[in-house]
Design a protein around this ligand. Structure first.
Ligand SMILES: [Fe+2]
Ligand SMILES: [Fe+2]
Length: 366
């Protein structure tokens, strides 16, 4: 029988450190020790690594939910499934330029994220493991636009720096980020400044091309967020131990991919324009030179096959990246670079760093 709780040689001091971090956090209410339904010795409990991976995913899902909730309040459908907010007609209309079903998709994506973190935390609690609660970091301001709730937020959607290289990454037949390859931006301007993905106030609702630029930014940001989850789950699944934890990651991860697939299709409908209030923000016509062709054309919404594992193999249509080393910390860096946490406290970044570090220390069997 596998000795799950025996740390591999050389990891004892690191484990002690991580536990100390966790213990400190319990005292401040971040992590909640749950009462196990069954003693670990009587049920197939989770390894420390499994719990760390699930906790990091719970944190990521809480942060995703917070962002999607803000989008839903202003541009989605506010109902019993996803309550809060009362909508912004001008913003919603601009989103509907990308697809008339955008409010429904925003609503459904928001609800999905809520169920992801709620489920993972409940599962951790059922195994007697610490759960994740980030409520004390809900300190960022809400949009002042009519339709948004006035509550503290975890994420900032009003100063986004959106990386749109996922667009060309999934269209390349010859490159793979796991081989060290890099990819050009679909919308270079979005990577070179700070732009709102939601109206900051009612002043942002006009002129028409300005609120459309905000909706376009949101359209590309939706896909950025969801391609991250699309890679994160398979990347971390490679290091879990318990078959049921693997099942959880293999069952949630592909829903992120379903989201990404939808958003990639909708982003391609964002009308080319220049924001009249900030002419730096240009959305190019992705179907015309110097864009267009295989790397940019908007109809290529399924992954192009590319190199995988080793160039000696034939190309394969795959999710990329899926390399597992440092995957959690990579996700934190991508979300931070995205501007999602602008204004958050050093303590917030410290907690997120610790959760990611613990997840990345997890190894199959431990
Ligand atoms: Fe999710
Ligand atoms: Fe997601």
């Amino acid at each position: 029988m596998r000795q799950r709780r025996t740390p591999p040689p050389g990891t004892t001091s690191r484990r002690s450190f991580l536990l100390a971090v966790g213990a400190g956090a319990v005292g401040t209410g971040l992590l909640t020790e749950a009462v196990p339904a069954f003693a670990d010795s009587e049920s197939p409990g989770l390894t420390r690594g499994d719990a760390a991976i699930l906790r990091f995913l719970a944190a990521a899902e809480i942060l995703e939910t917070d962002a999607w909730q803000q989008y839903n309040e202003l541009g989605g459908i506010q109902d019993a499934e996803v309550p809060g907010g009362s909508g912004s007609a001008a913003y919603t209309a601009a989103l509907e330029v990308l697809d008339s079903d955008m409010p429904q998709y925003i609503h459904d994506n928001t609800e999905d994220e809520f169920t992801h973190f709620t489920f993972i935390n409940a599962y951790l609690a059922s195994k007697g493991k610490e759960t994740v609660n980030l409520d004390r970091f809900r300190t960022l301001p809400s949009s002042k636009a009519s339709g948004a709730q006035q509550i503290g937020r975890l994420t900032n959607l009003m100063q986004l720096t959106v990386d749109t290289s996922w667009w060309t990454r999934y269209r390349s037949r010859t490159k793979n980020p796991d081989f060290g390859d890099t990819f050009p931006q679909a919308v270079p301007a979005l990577k070179q400044g700070q732009f709102p993905g939601i109206p900051r106030s009612n002043d942002d609702l006009s002129p028409q091309d300005h609120i459309q630029a905000i909706a376009n930014t949101a359209g590309f940001h939706f896909a950025f967020i969801e391609q991250g989850g699309t890679s994160l789950y398979p990347s971390l699944a490679q290091r879990v131990t318990h078959p049921e934890v693997l099942r959880i990651l293999l069952s949630i991860g592909p829903t992120e991919t379903m989201h990404f697939q939808t958003w990639q299709d909708k982003a391609g409908n964002a009308p080319p324009l220049t924001d009249p209030t900030n002419t730096q923000l240009v959305f190019p016509d992705l179907n015309s030179p110097p864009f267009g062709g295989e790397d940019f054309q908007t109809s290529l919404i399924m992954p192009e096959p590319t190199i995988f594992l080793d160039r000696k193999f034939p190309v394969c249509s795959i999710i990329r990246p899926t390399q597992t080393e440092g995957a959690a910390m990579g996700a934190v860096k991508a979300l931070t670079d995205n501007g999602l946490f602008r204004g958050q406290s050093q303590e917030f970044f410290g907690v997120l760093h610790d959760l990611a570090e613990a997840a990345d220390a997890a190894r199959h069997g431990h």
